[in-house]
Design a protein around this ligand. Structure first.
Ligand SMILES: [Mn+2]
Length: 231
């Protein structure tokens, strides 16, 4: 884990971004289910996924990007099923980033996609609307879908005004970062899902007509990730 961290730091510095916006998180296997894991001391196992949540600063601006990929280069079937679900949720959330939409529209889209998928995979049981209303997804997705990004990683700015979610406006930058976290030993959860933590995070600029994904160059489809792991 710390060797991957070192590779990331090296690459940032080499390209002129000599400060990090925060301490990199590099978690293999079950460590990826620990939300603010920063020990980065364990050995990576080829059967596991590894999650890297890291971002440099450049010209005083922070970045905050997460990618999760298979250590051995190929997703197992359960890993791929969960990964594709998180990616679908992230893409659904990103589609909601446009002027005039409420700040929480992306989160609602992510929650709906994730909950529906968790039912399909057998990780949640029940009726979709009820599971969402009762926040049953929180067992596996317990954080928000993003935050303002700017000169700080969690940048200043209100999320609500007078108790109402703020509307997105051109020029705002936010992260979109749904995830799923299934620690080892999760009661009532099939063994094949355990020890998997996945988050996919991009930095999104609200534009006049919609959005621009500022971190789009970092591969995130299963096909692209498996291809780049072969090189
Ligand atoms: Mn973030």
């Amino acid at each position: 884990e710390y060797q991957l961290e070192a590779a990331f730091l090296h690459e940032c510095s080499r390209r002129g971004a000599r400060q990090q916006a925060y301490s990199p998180i590099v978690g293999g296997g079950n460590n990826a289910t620990v939300l603010h894991y920063v020990d980065n001391t364990d050995k990576l196992e080829s059967k596991d996924l590894v999650l890297i949540d890291a971002g440099c600063e450049l010209d005083y601006y922070a970045s905050d990007i997460t990618r999760t990929f298979p250590v051995g280069g190929t997703f197992s079937k359960p890993q791929a099923q969960l990964y594709q679900l998180v990616l679908d949720a992230q893409l659904a959330a990103i589609r909601q980033v446009k002027p005039g939409n409420a700040y929480n529209a992306p989160h609602k889209a992510a929650v709906r996609t994730l909950t529906r998928g968790l039912v399909r995979l057998g990780l949640l049981k029940g009726q979709l609307a009820r599971l969402i209303r009762e926040e049953k997804y929180k067992r596996f997705f317990m954080h928000g879908t993003g935050h303002w990004l700017g000169m700080d990683v969690h940048d200043v700015g209100d999320y609500k005004i007078d108790g109402h979610w703020r509307q997105l406006e051109p020029g705002m930058v936010l992260t979109i970062e749904p995830g799923l976290y299934i620690p080892l030993g999760s009661k009532g959860v099939a063994k094949k899902w355990q020890g998997i933590g996945i988050r996919i995070e991009d930095d999104i600029l609200v534009t006049k007509t919609g959005h621009e994904v500022l971190s789009a160059d970092a591969p995130k489809t299963i096909t692209d990730i498996e291809a780049i792991m072969k090189t």
